[in-house]
Design a protein around this ligand. Structure first.
Ligand code: AMP
Length: 436
């Protein structure tokens, strides 16, 4: 019997893992814009770059971010080798503080001002603006004095970055959540109030009453809003030290003309904060209404100590870069398709093809964005491609030009062309680009 030819198996196709944000080339220019706004601000305000590892010990986050937080209880990704287990870092502050202690930075001139870029991982339900791998950039001020001038300065850095990126309407919401002195009293008041309303709030809130009362103020569920509106406000119960610190901060912000809005129920989802907390939103309304926060931060005066250091203050903030980039993209004031190529290089014949890369190098060295289709040899197909890309100026390089050391510069729209010596090519193209 004749053997049947084996049925060709279709190779499997793969997709990226759910919730992973990938940067495609057409969006990359906006990311570059965001990176450079961050780097410029860092340089101007004297923050030094620091990059920590992506894999960390789980205990670091349990200790720093809090055992009862969503990040630690639900959202960490675990990484296993045959003998060990770690997590993918869910946020950047705890690793920076770990590094501050590990590398003896408390002996440096204080405060130590650091900034970072990098991916963070949280196993959240993926949805628009919420990813499982996202990029953050963060600024941290470690050590020194717990002076409100530093709170104002980090908020100013964030504000400058947003302005630099053309995000003018961003709103900064600010609150104080007290310190070790006043927090127990504030929490007691919240617990007493919520205990009387337990039947009217969601199950998550009921669980928070004893475990994490500040997070009651963070609930976005419709059924909890009425109870939340009547809850005791934190600001009313701050101790005198916290009140003075907060007043001081607001005065600095007024002086610096950094716009802000008080939000009495802003608490943030990480346990390490004390006193100042803030969040940035792109539009007029708060999170849930007009969109997600583009960044947030605050003071963490107990974190260095909690991670084994001598008591020292700290504060910082982080931006979610996908959200920043998303806003720029939506408003179409970003890079669009990036820097458009204005010149298309066409080669005709084998001899010219061999010299093509050299000519492209000459153009790139002069920063002239040039497109080419080196794999296609027919003149017509190359011209069609230039046309499709909407590029008017084409450079045609054939055998005759190779021997004459020249190149044809042609405008596809007008049809006008001239032959110029190679040594004058850059000058001629620059002249034409300028006149376009
Ligand atoms: P956090 O570390 O939770 O304070 O977050 C700081 C900023 O990172 C937020 O304001 C967001 O802009 C961004 N961010 C946090 N979680 C996510 C996520 N799952 N996906 C995208 N961006 C996020």
């Amino acid at each position: 019997m004749e053997e049947k030819p084996a049925k060709r198996q279709k190779p499997p196709t793969f997709q990226s893992v759910t919730g992973i944000y990938e940067i495609l080339p057409e969006e990359a220019p906006i990311w570059e814009k965001a990176y450079s706004a961050v780097k410029n601000a860092a340089q101007f305000y004297d923050f030094k770059r620091m990059e920590t590892g992506i894999i960390e010990n789980a205990d670091l986050f349990a200790r720093a971010v809090g055992e009862d937080t969503d990040i630690v209880t639900k959202q960490m990704f675990f990484v296993r080798s045959r003998t060990h287990q770690w997590v993918l870092r869910p946020e950047g502050t705890a690793p920076i503080v770990r590094a501050y202690l590990q590398y003896g930075m408390s002996a440096w001139l204080q405060p130590v001002k650091l900034y970072y870029f990098g991916p963070m991982f949280r196993h959240e339900k993926p949805q628009a603006g919420r990813y499982r791998q996202m990029q953050q950039t963060g600024f941290e001020v470690l050590g020194g004095e717990p002076d409100a001038i530093f709170d104002a300065q980090v908020m100013l850095v964030a504000f400058r970055i947003l302005r630099d990126l053309g995000i003018k309407e961003a709103v900064t919401e600010v609150n104080s959540i007290g310190c070790r002195v006043c927090q127990p009293n504030i929490k007691r008041k919240l617990v007493a109030y919520y205990r009387t309303k337990a039947s009217k709030v969601c199950a998550d809130c009921r669980a928070r009453i004893n475990r994490n009362p500040f997070r009651l103020l963070d609930c976005k569920r419709e059924e909890c809003q009425e109870v939340k509106a009547g809850a005791p406000t934190i600001l009313d119960s701050l101790c005198s030290g916290c009140k003075a610190h907060f007043r001081n901060l607001l005065e600095h912000l007024d002086e610096l003309k950094v716009p802000y809005r008080l939000n009495n129920s802003l608490v943030r989802g990480l346990d390490y904060y004390n006193r100042t907390v803030f969040e940035f939103f792109a539009a007029e309304a708060g999170e849930g209404k007009a969109g997600l926060a583009i960044g947030g931060g605050g003071r963490y005066d107990y974190l260095i100590e909690a991670l084994g250091g001598r008591p020292a203050p700290g504060l910082g903030f982080a931006f979610g870069l996908e959200r920043l980039v998303g806003i720029i993209k939506d408003r179409k004031n970003g890079g669009g398709r990036g820097r458009r190529q204005q010149v298309f290089f066409i080669h005709v014949g084998e001899v010219a093809k061999k010299k093509s890369l050299g000519i492209l190098e000459m153009l790139r060295k002069e920063n002239i964005p040039v497109a080419a289709s080196l794999g296609k040899d027919e003149l017509g197909r190359q011209i069609a491609l230039a046309d499709k890309e909407g590029i008017e100026i084409v450079l045609i390089f054939g055998q005759k030009e190779v021997y004459e050391d020249s190149i044809i510069v042609k405008n596809l729209k007008t049809g006008i062309q001239e032959t110029v010596p190679i040594r004058k090519m850059v000058e001629e193209i620059k002249r034409r680009i300028k006149n376009e």
